[in-house]
Design a protein around this ligand. Sequence first.
Ligand SMILES: Cc1cc2nc3c(=O)[nH]c(=O)nc-3n(C[C@H](O)[C@H](O)[C@H](O)COP(=O)(O)OP(=O)(O)OC[C@H]3O[C@@H](n4cnc5c(N)ncnc54)[C@H](O)[C@@H]3O)c2cc1C
Length: 321
Amino acid sequence: MKLWEGLEQDLNYNAMVSQRGILNLIHSDAQRDAFTRRGNAMILNGADADLLSTEIIQKRYPFLNVSNARFPIKGGLAQHRGGTVRHDAVAWGYARGADQMGVDIIQNCEVTGFRIKGGECLGVETSRGYVAGGKIAACVAGSSGRLMGKANMRLPIESHVLQAFVSEGLKPVLPGVITFGAGHFYCSQSDKGGLVFGGDLDGYNSYAQRGNLPVVEDVCEGAMAIFPMLGRVRLLRMWGGIMDMSMDGSPIIDRTHIEGLYFNGGWCYGGFKATPASGWCYAHLLATDAPHEFAKAYRFDRFEKGLMIDEKGVGNNPQLH
Ligand SMILES: Cc1cc2nc3c(=O)[nH]c(=O)nc-3n(C[C@H](O)[C@H](O)[C@H](O)COP(=O)(O)OP(=O)(O)OC[C@H]3O[C@@H](n4cnc5c(N)ncnc54)[C@H](O)[C@@H]3O)c2cc1C
């Protein structure tokens, strides 16, 4: 969070960081217990969390269908410093910042293979020729499996499609980010007025960058369950992207068994919000050859050793992501 808060000043670039707050809605007693636990964990780790009553939610968000619904709202967990950021602006800001620090950015240049000799990675073969390097850092999100396959590595990652949706532009209706707890649905409003929302993965392994209609229906049902006022809003566009789903829902930031080859991936559907922290920890690993204190658990060997990670407590079980 703190890295996001200083990002625009660090890069001297308007990334449209907007701390408009995020509210996770609660719909059952069990969920209240789980969210209370989550909120306490957040506070213990130095983040903010605020458990809101139904009355406060109704007052702050009068458009929410609080009681006359299939899943009445029983409260919510708010993180007031959370919010939204414009994703392209983040990429442009980082690119410009890196360029100004002397990094060569070569566009339209695909890595087609790794040159590995005696267990050591010496460089990458690309569509524009060979590039040698002392340390090679892979960070290609949804393409992780395909790329690392070129180094004969099989990752504990599955590739899935996730869709995102944008409605026609509306006057300001949503003050922050809201998530529905009885299904999988999240929504915010962009500065251009479109409602930006999404939900579940399509649920099958694929590299196709398009989604299917059952998920469109499911996501829109989630919207209608809490925002009946949106019933007549029209969908403007939607798209599907590839998610690098790790087996336990947590990322991997680690050295590989090949000397000089490093890997960062497995961010599932939450990799964007982690961008500054992910880069920070990866840079630490590359510079020192030791994991950053915050990323000590995010190693390949947890799948081999069956290690649990505290943050979600789901361990290395496939399909629990
Ligand atoms: C529809 C959708 C909605 C999402 N919503 C959210 C959200 O609300 N919040 C959130 O936190 N996260 C979200 N995510 C996840 C988030 O977008 C990703 O985790 C994040 O963008 C990954 O960033 P990255 O820099 O690691 O990878 P990317 O931004 O994917 O960049 C990887 C780059 O590697 C390049 N590349 C791939 N293969 C090669 C190769 N062989 N050679 C050279 N270059 C290569 C690609 O062209 C690409 O430019 C969403 C994802 C999708 C698809």
